[in-house]
Design a protein around this ligand. Structure first.
Ligand SMILES: Cc1cc2nc3c(=O)[nH]c(=O)nc-3n(C[C@H](O)[C@H](O)[C@H](O)COP(=O)(O)OP(=O)(O)OC[C@H]3O[C@@H](n4cnc5c(N)ncnc54)[C@H](O)[C@@H]3O)c2cc1C
Length: 547
């Protein structure tokens, strides 16, 4: 650092890290007029060519932010490109099985959700998020700025930031600091949180390469993943972006300890059986682990995204989960900063998200265990013989069945619920202990994601929700109830939109005449009569279940 140059700034929230979680938080706060600064040590977003699956739920948030179409436009192969998963012996070899429309990426309307999933590289998702965050008047993104340390007291947090290019120091004072700084989070260390779990369930490589014409040189048809299943070089390969960009994730290769830029091209050629020039652009080693932090916050400092949870990428949940963390924390932090959020609201962030993280990590681990179905494959699988055909039929059936849960998981994407949250209204009865990971059953029980429906005029129900709370009122009659709710909200400064829905199909999903929806589209309460200010006080953390 040059000299002792210290500049000082103030903001309401300092976010460390401009990955998907940090950028989503900046949008959630910025779209509510909260002043925030994002510091990112890199000179741009999108260094990591990792995630490719943006789930339905994440795209619903993009729709709420007004950028779902921007994400669609950024799709490298267009939205109509099929999200099929092919199980093959090799790219040049036999087809074993196909799972169509993996992850529900097919465009078109589905009653269950407002947005389908999308296959798109993480760096493109981040660019869409960055552009939108940067367009918000109260968001400032500082690249080449590194978080160094911080101290907090009852009034705020003082953070020391290094301006890498200017080699100087900036002190930023804020009300809240959020660590969206990924797997090696410095903020996690700062608050003394420990990751608990297991490191190194497997070590793998993510190799990105260019191979002109490769897509036209195999006979399996378009797809997003080709799981090459053979005894020689098993692993996954697939197209990543325009200009013949592909990715390759080999499994454990007998006799090969290390893969580097020099050896990767030959390995890809051997794995595919297709001889084209392979230009290897990167070969990153990564470890699949299972970790969850033992605490997510310390007073004014919070963790979101990979900073507090890590799991194998099978199912494509990590980035999506980090964005949902940002959504949960974002509206709550904005509510507290604008004085309508109560003393229990920020504490509910960990109480709501931890059980969801545990459930999703378990789903990812379960998916991960099925990858072993590609190992110990008999050599005959590649033979042009009766025995070879029999092995292929048997392995294909095993893969199509055994690996299906990874690619059909609406229950994980849409079924996360905050029913045990202290700010969720209680209802008698309960949800099933273990709701299906695969299938999603809409429910309007408090805590659940609000059941979705398409209105007769073609709009999504979600398009009617306001930026704060929304009271849905079904059918004829209780306008008085809405007026009472509006009066209660106005007297406590809680933003509330009331919406009348005259649609029997959607009303049936909610089962009662009124439903209070939170800013993150989860149900806070439902009933037939407005029960007074306590409903809103609980939903905004001014009361909790014990009060
Ligand atoms: C092979 C692979 C495939 C994957 N596929 C999927 C998928 O399909 N779908 C999915 O949802 N997830 C997937 N994931 C997981 C996903 O990539 C991560 O969960 C996601 O990137 C986490 O986002 P984040 O914002 O929490 O952290 P990160 O993306 O790690 O971002 C953290 C940011 O903080 C910055 N930073 C760190 N320290 C500091 C500091 N001190 N000062 C300033 N800046 C700092 C970093 O530079 C970085 O930009 C995959 C992961 C792997 C390894």
């Amino acid at each position: 650092m040059r000299g002792n140059t210290v500049a000082a700034r103030q903001t309401e929230v300092l976010i460390c890290g401009a990955g998907p979680a940090g950028l989503a938080l900046a949008i959630e706060l910025g779209s509510r007029g909260i002043d925030c600064i994002v510091v990112e040590r890199n000179d741009r977003v999108g260094y990591a060519p990792r995630a490719k699956t943006t789930h339905t739920r994440t795209r619903e948030h993009f729709r709420r932010w007004g950028i779902a179409n921007d994400l669609a436009t950024a799709a490298p192969f267009g939205l109509d490109y099929p999200s099929d998963v092919h199980f093959v012996t090799r790219l040049s070899g036999y087809s074993l099985a196909i799972i169509r429309d993996a992850f529900n990426c097919a465009p078109g309307r589905n009653e269950l959700y407002a947005e389908h999933s999308q296959w798109i590289p993480q760096y493109r998702v981040e660019e869409v998020l960055r552009t939108h965050a940067g367009s918000l008047a109260t968001v400032d993104i500082l690249f080449e700025h590194e978080f160094v340390s911080a101290g907090q007291d009852e009034t705020g947090v003082t953070c020391h930031i290094r301006d890498i290019r200017a080699a100087s120091r900036i002190d930023i004072e804020c009300h809240y600091l959020v660590g969206a700084d990924g797997a090696r989070s410095a903020i996690r260390d700062l608050i003394g949180a420990q990751m608990q779990g297991r490191y190194g369930l497997a070590h793998a490589y993510n190799i990105v390469f260019r191979a002109p014409g490769l897509a036209a040189m195999h006979a399996h048809g378009p797809g997003i993943m080709y799981w090459q299943t053979n005894p020689d070089v098993p692993g996954m390969i697939g197209p990543m972006d325009k200009d013949d960009l592909w990715y390759f994730m080999p499994g454990k290769i007998p006799g090969l300890d290390r893969i580097d830029l020099a050896t990767a091209a030959d390995l890809i050629r051997r794995a595919t059986g297709i001889d084209v020039p392979y230009e290897v652009l990167s070969a990153d080693e990564w470890a699949a682990s299972e970790f969850i932090a033992d605490k997510y916050s310390d007073r004014r400092i919070f963790l979101i995204g990979d900073a507090c949870h890590l799991h194998p990428p099978t199912g494509g949940y990590g980035m999506n989960m980090g964005i949902s963390d940002a959504v949960d924390l974002g509206w709550k932090m904005a509510a507290v900063l604008r004085n309508w959020g109560g003393k229990y609201l920020l504490g509910s962030y960990e109480q709501e998200r931890r059980p969801v993280h545990r459930r999703v990590i378990d789903a990812a681990l379960s998916n991960f265990s099925t990858v072993s179905l590609h190992l110990a494959i008999p050599p005959a699988i590649e033979e042009d013989s009766q025995e070879g055909a029999a092995v292929r039929a048997e392995v294909g059936a095993r893969l199509a069945d055994g690996r299906l849960q990874e690619f059909r998981s609406l229950g994980v994407m849409l079924g996360c619920s905050y029913d045990a949250s202290p700010i969720t209204a209680s209802e008698p009865g309960g949800r099933p202990d273990d709701p299906s990971m695969r299938d999603y059953e809409p429910t309007a029980r408090p805590g659940a994601r609000a059941p979705h429906g398409w209105l007769s005029d073609g709009r999504s129900l979600y398009d009617l929700f306001g930026p704060g709370f929304t009271l849905l009122s079904f059918g004829h009659g209780p306008d008085l109830e809405c007026q009472r709710a509006e009066a209660d909200a106005a007297s406590s400064g809680i933003p509330l939109t009331t919406v009348r829905i005259d649609d029997g199909k959607i009303a049936a999903l909610y089962e009662q005449r009124l439903a209070l929806i939170r800013p993150d589209q989860h149900v806070a309460w439902r009933g037939n009569l407005w029960e007074g200010p306590r409903i809103l006080m609980r939903a905004t953390g001014q009361l909790n279940s014990a009060d």
